[in-house]
Structure formats: C-alpha cells, structure tokens
Design a protein around this ligand. Structure first.
Ligand code: ADE
Length: 224
C-alpha cells in the first residue's frame, strides 16, 4: 500500500513512521509512506497556504489552490482508492474501517490546520472524511498517524505470529484479556494459575472469559 500524507508539518508525521512496526512494514516493502509538505505547492512567494475566512470570524482557513495543486500532482501519478480528510466532523474511524482500508493500494491522507480547509477542497477532492474521536486536535497530523498505523498493522505480512492483529481488542468486538510476563509473583501479586498450567485449551477458555468480562464491564456497547 502507498500512503501519501499531505501536511503543513511534515516532521511531526515523518518521525512516527521511522520506528517499530511502521518502520518494519516499510522495510518489508509492504507499505510506502510519502510525507508531503503542502507549502511546496503554494504559488505564493511567501509560501502562504491560508487566508482570512470570507464573512469574517476567528482563525484562518487553508486555501484551495495549494491543496488542489498538490492533489492533482499526486493524481497524475496514481489512482487513489480514497482521498481522506482528517476532521473532527468526519465519520468516526474504527477497527472495521481500518480492516477494510487495509486492502487498498493507494490512499491520500490530508491534514487540516487552523479553522479548517476551504469547503470547495472537500467537495472537489475529498472522497472520505474521518474523525478519530469526539474531541478537537490542533491539526489532522496525529489523526493521520493513527489512521495509517491502524491500517498498516492489519495488512497481511506486517505483523508476525507473536504480534498478530487477530488477538487485538476490537477484532472480534471484544476487548483483549489481561496479559502477564515474568516474574510470576511480584511482591505477593501472583499471576492467574491457569497461565502456568501449560494447557492451551484451558488458557484459551480463560482468555475468552476474561475478554467477555472485561468487555461487559467496560464497553457493554460492543456486545450488542
Ligand atoms: N483534526 C482535528 N481534530 C480531529 C479529530 N478528532 N479527528 C480527525 N482529525 C482531526
């Protein structure tokens, strides 16, 4: 999968993908992440990318021209499955969406800043609007990292058996069961006996029961 991330703050985004599983996915050539500085597409001599809102009001609005120039340049090179704008008024991103997008070949993630982007850029170029939750961030960069990470980690071959996404919370609409590592006894706090039993079926049953209990207690909405 190829992901183009358009942002005014490329360093904020670039760094995230240079570590851990995101780095490994790129090294294995399963994903390519291309971070693009929107300012490079400003025709303005001061590299301006925003302007005052028509009708007045607080904050600046990102202009359509650099966004259009950037997306048109990208579209000349690839066909995109989805051009995604990260915005708090978008559809709330979740695991099923991540799973579905993981089969895509090319996507663009467009990060907004300031008061937002000119509505015409949304109408003319954006095919999907995603929010990562009901709160407002300073910009779309964190949201783009969240969305790209969640998509990449479920792509075939990215995780190995040990880190398999199949046991993640939400994959079966259940939260994950508790996990433990050595020591088995920490200052009198003993791990559940069954995990030392060496009995795979008993352990699997215990984990499933724990996952159910945890989901019932914390996120009963997932069980409906
Ligand atoms: N940009 C600002 N807040 C956001 C959010 N909650 N989700 C996605 N993009 C955003």
């Amino acid at each position: 999968m190829h992901i183009d991330i358009i942002t005014l703050f490329p360093d904020m985004v670039q760094n995230y993908f240079e570590h851990s599983i995101m780095k490994r996915a790129q090294a294995k050539q399963l994903a390519t992440i291309n971070v693009i500085n929107l300012r490079d597409y400003s025709a303005n001599k001061h590299k301006k990318v925003d302007d005052y809102p028509f009708g007045g009001g607080a904050g600046m609005v990102m202009s359509i021209e650099p966004i259009a120039a950037c997306i048109n340049a990208l579209k000349a090179q690839r066909t995109y499955d989805e051009i995604i704008f990260l915005t708090p008024d978008g559809e709330v991103f979740n695991q099923p969406t991540a799973n579905r997008f993981s089969s895509y070949k090319n996507i663009i993630l467009l990060c907004g800043h300031y008061k937002g982007i000119d509505e015409r850029a949304r109408e003319l170029f954006v095919t999907k609007e995603l929010s990562i939750g009901d709160y407002v961030l300073t910009g779309g960069e964190l949201a783009a990292c969240v969305v790209a990470d969640a998509i990449i980690r479920v792509m075939p071959g990215v995780l190995n058996d040990e880190t398999s996404a199949l046991s993640d919370s939400f994959q079966d609409n259940l939260l994950s069961p508790p996990v433990y590592t050595r020591p088995a006894n920490y200052m009198g706090h003993q791990i559940p006996e069954v995990l030392l039993s060496g009995h795979p079926i008993k352990i699997a049953d215990w984990r499933h029961e724990q996952a159910l209990q945890r989901t019932q207690a914390r996120r009963p909405d997932l069980l409906k």
